[in-house]
Design a protein around this ligand. Sequence first.
Ligand SMILES: Nc1ncnc2c1ncn2[C@@H]1O[C@H](COP(=O)(O)OP(=O)(O)OP(=O)(O)O)[C@@H](O)[C@H]1O
Length: 531
Amino acid sequence: MSPDRPAASPGTTPARPQGWAEHELLVIQGAVRMLGRSLDPAPAIREILHLASEFLGLNRGRLVLWDETRGALAIRHSYGLTREEAAAGVFAPGEGVTGGVYLTGEAAVIQDVDAEARFLFRSVPRHRLPPETVAYIALPVLHDARVVGVLGVHRLRRRDRGLAEDLRLLGILVALVGQLLELERHVAARTAALERENRALKEELERAAATAHAAGIVGESPALLAALRQIERVADTDATLLLLGESGTGKELVARAAHLMSRRRDRPFIKLNCAALPETLFEAELFGHEKGAYTGAAGARAGKFELADGGTLFLDEIGEMPLALQAKLLRALQERVVERLGGHRERPVDVRIVAATNQDLQARVQAGLFRLDLFYRLNVVPLTLPPLRDRQADIPALVRHFLNRFNQQHQRAASLAPAAMADLAAYAWPGNVRQLQNVIERMVLLQPDTRALDREAVLAALAAEPASPPAASPARRPAGPRGYRYVAEDERPRIEAALRETHGNKSAAAQRLGLSLRQLQYRMQILAIPG
Ligand SMILES: Nc1ncnc2c1ncn2[C@@H]1O[C@H](COP(=O)(O)OP(=O)(O)OP(=O)(O)O)[C@@H](O)[C@H]1O
């Protein structure tokens, strides 16, 4: 059957004028069914053109859209055109019937293509159309009253269906096609926005990783990178950073990285350890003093605040700051001025504060040891550095980093047997990176010969570690619970050795292994070690 002589109804029923309504309904139902089927409008538009041809004899349907790369109108979707015909359908706006519809936004009904001078036969040459009179209908596809494309179809002029009816039906189809194009535009815009966002995040991450690397931060675990990315985000602001995390997790290193990432990088980074000073000296240290301000103050001296002017002041162990000084610090932060001890002049300071603590500051606020207003002032951008046990992925890189560093420092050539790395990765590291650093340094120093450090050497070094890190002050104890460690069959020799060495004393063995008694008992149970 010629595409130009459609069945009046699907199947074999001959054309009856009242059958057209049924067919229109079939076309519309079919078209609506296609809506929302996929985010790509191509299959839906093609199906609409197919249905219009099959049921209504509106043939060689084509949708002409603006083609940005060609700078012209071109057929984007079609039905019943050969590939060459579709490719040939390129028009300038205003050119021919199709270009005219695009330019004016007015539908065109050409009763006889042979009698219309503007009809160009550009995509389908005359000899490929049926010999009888052929009509062409073209409608604008609109969005927000703007023409975004043109839908054109051929039909035989002489049929038992009026052109006006086709025009009405095509009006509905063009509205549906407009919706499909709109959806495509939305999806493309959303995808582009997501891609941009993705690219920005990736760049942010790369920048953060590069600066972290420059600051000597080793590791690329997701937990560490997430923390670094947050820093990168606020790096160029003067927002106060509050670094939280167990002792030895790298808070000071990260504070330095934050300084390096900021526009203050060429100005000083000044550190003050709030736990290390007797209260009396603290104030002078922080704010400076004038000559004779107190006994022994022979000359005038600038405090850390002044020294950090234009740069970053890192207040380590902020939780330990004496209450009386907390009020003075708060005032300096709020008013951005400092007054030296024994002085009467307020000096303006421009300092970015990075504070760090391994304590639960909120608990200290509740215990009356830390001022709530200062807590709020510092807690602008809180950032928790994950303990090493939560970023096991970083351990191999850290081990290699410290092996290199201590080999250079102590003129050694220590190396690690690959099998021993798993033991280091599985250890709970209650003292975090600092403890790992110390263990590696000790192993490098104590390694007797040129053999690689094997599992035995590593297990012995770990067994010598205290269960918790040395507690110089309550602040030095890790805040979190001791880490979860997986139970692996290869832990058996260590556990058995520790039990042997402690003559079966489980508490002592657990201590040697860096485990709690319950953790040891759990492992013994899993591994069926008698005891
Ligand atoms: N990601 C890391 N890469 C390389 N070295 C690290 C890393 N994290 C920590 N270190 C090293 O571990 C040691 C402890 O780090 P740092 O002093 O920054 O920890 P901290 O959290 O400030 O500890 P504390 O709360 O006890 O002051 C430092 O010698 C530091 O160089």
